[in-house]
Design a protein around this ligand. Structure first.
Ligand code: UDP
Length: 252
C-alpha cells in the first residue's frame, strides 16, 4: 500500500514527506493510534540517491507511513524544486520526541541494532537504553537486541520483539538494511504499531559516537564535523554535491 498526502513530494523520483517536526509528530500520533504496523523512514540525500538505483528501497520508502526529510541536502533540493520545506527533521531529534511521547503515554519501545556486547562493554542498544532512561525516567524499554545477526536469526529476533510486548520499534542497522528488515517482517509484528529506521542514533545515545556540536547542527554542517572526525567517510561526503547536481539536472 502506498500513502498519499498533500505534503508527499518526489525528489529524484523518490517520495519524501515535506514536513516540519510538528507536522511529523501529528502524523506519528495518528500512526500510533491505529492498529497494524507502519514504517517510518528517515532518508537523507544519500539514501534518496541510493533509492534511485535500488527499486526495492524506492518502493518501500513509498510504502512508509511517514518519510521524514533528514538532512540539509533535502532542504536545498526543496529550494531548487520550489517545494515548501523550511527545516530538516533529523532522525535522532525525532527519536527523542518519540521517547517523550512513549514515556508520557506509558507505551514501550524495543531497541534493535548496533554493536553487540563484549568483555568490556554492554551492547550499544543496552547502553542507549540506560542513557534514554536517564533523560526519560519513566520510559518503558521492553527489550534490546544488537544488530549483527545472520539471516536465519531474524525469525527469533522478530519473536523476541513480539514477546517483549513493545508498542514501538527502533531499528538501527544502517540503510537500507533497517528499512528492508521492517518491510520483510511488517506483517509478523503483533503488538508493535510502528518502527523507525534511525541509522547510527543508538551509538549517539550510548555515547560511543559523538554528535556534532550545536554550532555544526544549526548551520547544517554535521557532514563537515563527521568528515573531520572520520575522514574515512570522505567518499560518502562527496555524495552530497553529486545529489545536488542531480536535483539541478532533474529540474531542467
Ligand atoms: N549496524 C548494525 N548491523 C549491521 C551494520 C550496521 O547494527 O549489520 C549498525 C552500526 O553498528 C551502526 C548503525 O548500524 O550503529 C549504522 O550507522 P551509520 O552511521 O552507518 O548509519 P547511517 O545513519 O549513516 O546510515
Amino acid at each position: 500500500m502506498s500513502y498519499s498526502n498533500d505534503y508527499r513530494k518526489k525528489i529524484l523520483g523518490i517520495d519524501v514527506d515535506l514536513v516540519s517536526k510538528e507536522k511529523a509528530l501529528e502524523r506519528f500520533y495518528e500512526i500510533m493510534d491505529k492498529p497494524g504496523f507502519d514504517m517510518i523512514v528517515t532518508p537523507n540525500s544519500e539514501i534518496i540517491e541510493n533509492a534511485t538505483r535500488d527499486a526495492e528501497l524506492a518502493q518501500l520508502i513509498s510504502e512508509a507511513a511517514l518519510i521524514i526529510p533528514d538532512g540539509i541536502g533535502l532542504v536545498y533540493a526543496s529550494k531548487i524544486l520550489k517545494y515548501d520545506l523550511q527545516e530538516r527533521v533529523t532522525g535522532i531529534d525525532f527519536l527523542t520526541e518519540i521517547l517523550g511521547y512513549l514515556e508520557k503515554t506509558g507505551k514501550s519501545i524495543f531497541l534493535f541494532g548496533s554493536k553487540p556486547e563484549n568483555e568490556e562493554m554492554k551492547s550499544v542498544a543496552e547502553l542507549a537504553g540506560i542513557s534514554m532512561k536517564e533523560k526519560f525516567p519513566n520510559l518503558n524499554i521492553a527489550g534490546t537486541h544488537h544488530g549483527y545477526f545472520k539471516p536465519e536469526d531474524e525469525a527469533d529476533i522478530v519473536k523476541a520483539i513480539n514477546e517483549s510486548g513493545a508498542d514501538f520499534l527502533c531499528v538501527a542497522l544502517g540503510s537500507p538494511k533497517q528499512e528492508k528488515f521492517m518491510k520483510a517482517h511488517r506483517d509478523e509484528f503483533i503488538n508493535v504499531r510502528a518502527g523507525i529506521g534511525v541509522g547510527g542514533s543508538l551509538d549517539v545515545w550510548a555515547g560511543t559516537v559523538k554528535r556534532a556540536p550545536e554550532f555544526y547542527q544549526k548551520h547544517g554542517l554535521e557532514w563537515l564535523y563527521r568528515f573531520v572526525k572520520q575522514p574515512s567517510r570522505w567518499k560518502r561526503m562527496l555524495r552530497l554535491p553529486v545529489f545536488m547536481m542531480k536535483v539541478l539536472t532533474s529540474k531542467k
